[in-house]
Design a protein around this ligand. Structure first.
Ligand code: 4AD
Ligand code: MG
Length: 481
């Protein structure tokens, strides 16, 4: 098994033979010595390779940024400042060349846009190495959190015949020929001839199937890819993103809010405790990016400070109705600074959410009890409300710089109310017979939520664009790599 650069850097067992393999970040020469920085992705830190005159000139010529090396030599305490140990090379084997004329990632600052176009190589940069190591750690922390709490990892299907959110923005899955598909008598595509014998799509959410799991296993969670064909070209939307959807039997809305807050704090704290080096790099990067902005647009806290703050302070909880009051009384509304109008019943826009979080409360917010008309059919309806002012037990978690990071609710467990709502929003109940069955046989109060994984990674890394926190982003007109 190989020794990683991370392991070697941690070793103070000097003056012994050691090896390192990795990609060249940089090479500089002074007099008869060449200093090479090598990285293998195991850590953000590079190892310093010292190449003296014993290394053949033809080999040295190939040691350019991006080349892959196998170095054998002596691990020793470093002569220079900047690193504790260094590897003095006896032999350098070039595993893979990278020509300086063509290799895109040169040792200088590249823009995120440029690196996105070179996403196949960007994991070799300091910033993206840090982002993707943190992404891994967050995923691990999520599984750890739920496992410790006795939740079961439940795999909802990716191909589905139902449209969970009722949003209708789905990618179709079909093996029928594009040209001349089989048609029914009334000239519609005949999906009974298709692979699954029905019309199918990529799932927008694993929730409905997670509910089925919770009604037998008690507490479950999904963690898988979800797909939305919405044409939103924003820094917060992807067409393919990963979602974590816990679903809990016998949880009311308040339990759901307690769980989501505890969960988010746990995973953020996990990153603070386990990704120190990478977070420091991103904290510095965050500062540099903020300095490019106008003073009034800059974040009030640095990255690390912001993460500490979220972990250490209670989230603000308030109803949608209270939030609308605050917005209507805000200077931003009075001075007509909002692009979209606010009134009771409208779906809040990201500018409104961010006003509440960043300007008014200055901390994460859990907005709850939204108007029924702007939320999905499955949410539990509140009772005894004025006609036209009906609300459902929904909750959205809003984060600074992100806006909505989580959406969830208590679910409607009453068969008649659920069926009526399904019909009201125009969904064919026959397509949801299996979902309705859970309300027919041993129905139970239950709740759940969905965390957009990339929005969490965006928040924790302080990156500005969701395309930069997933290895290969899928967005409108872009599915390269
Ligand atoms: O609010 P949403 O649409 O809720 C659901 O899908 C529910 N079924 C969740 C549940 O109750 N089990 O999506 C949940 C979260 C959002 O809060 C957001 O963080 C993220 O998923 N999200 C997206 N992330 C990236 N790109 C997109 N296009 C996203 N759409 C939603
Ligand atoms: Mg939502």
């Amino acid at each position: 098994m190989k020794t990683t650069i991370k392991q070697l850097l941690q070793s103070t067992d000097y003056n012994r033979q050691a090896e390192a393999k990795g990609w060249v970040r940089n090479r500089r020469s002074s007099k008869n010595v060449n200093f090479i920085t090598l990285n293998d992705g195991s850590t953000s830190l590079n190892i310093q390779i010292v190449a003296n005159e014993n290394i053949n000139e033809n080999i040295l010529k190939e040691i350019n940024a991006g080349a892959c090396l196998h170095v054998k030599g002596t691990w020793q305490a470093s002569q220079g400042a900047g690193q504790a140990g260094e590897l003095v090379a006896d032999e350098i084997i070039i595993l893979g060349k990278a020509s300086p004329e063509n290799y895109p990632i040169q040792p200088k600052a590249h823009s995120f846009e440029f690196l996105r176009e070179n996403a196949h190589l960007r994991s070799r940069t300091t910033t993206f190495g840090a982002v993707f190591r943190i992404r891994h750690n967050l995923a691990f922390a999520i599984h750890q959190y739920f496992h410790q709490k006795g939740f079961y990892y439940w795999h909802s299907p990716i191909i589905t015949g139902s449209d969970a959110e009722g949003a209708g923005q789905m990618f179709h899955v079909s093996t029928l020929p594009h040209l001349n598909p089989p048609l029914t008598e009334d000239k519609k595509v005949d999906f009974s001839e298709d692979f699954f014998g029905m019309e199918t799509s990529l799932t927008v959410s694993g929730q409905l199937e997670a509910e089925l799991g919770a009604m037998g296993l008690g507490n479950v969670y999904t963690f898988g890819p979800t797909f939305r064909a919405e044409n939103s070209n924003t820094s917060r939307h992807l067409a393919e993103f990963w979602m974590i959807e816990p679903e809990m039997a016998f949880y009311e809305l308040v339990d759901n809010m307690d769980l989501v807050e505890d969960f988010l704090k746990y995973v953020i704290k996990y990153a603070l405790d386990n990704c120190v080096e990478d977070l420091k790099i991103l904290d510095q990067k965050f500062k540099e990016e903020e300095e490019k902005k106008k003073k009034e647009e800059r974040a009030e806290m640095g990255l690390l400070e912001k993460l500490q703050f979220v972990v250490n302070n209670p989230f603000e909880r308030l109803t949608y109705t209270e939030a609308v009051e605050i917005l209507l009384n805000s200077p931003a509304h009075k001075k007509k600074k909002f692009q979209y109008p606010v009134s009771w019943g409208v779906d809040l826009q990201s500018e409104h959410e961010r006003y509440l979080v960043e300007k008014h409360f200055k901390k994460p917010v859990i907005l709850n009890n939204y108007p029924k008309t702007i939320k999905a059919f499955y949410m539990k309806q509140n009772e005894g409300e004025e006609v036209g002012k009906e609300t459902v037990r929904a909750m959205d978690v809003l984060f600074p710089q992100i806006g909505e990071i989580v959406g969830g609710s208590q679910r409607e467990e009453d068969y008649d109310k659920l069926l009526a709502r399904i019909k009201e929003v125009g969904i064919d109940p026959n397509n949801l017979w299996w979902y309705l069955d859970t309300r027919k046989f041993g129905t139970a109060p239950h709740s759940g939520f969905g965390l957009g994984f990339e929005r969490l990674v965006l928040f924790v890394t302080g990156m500005g664009n969701i395309r930069d926190v997933i290895p290969f982003p899928r967005t409108p007109k872009n599915a390269s790599f």
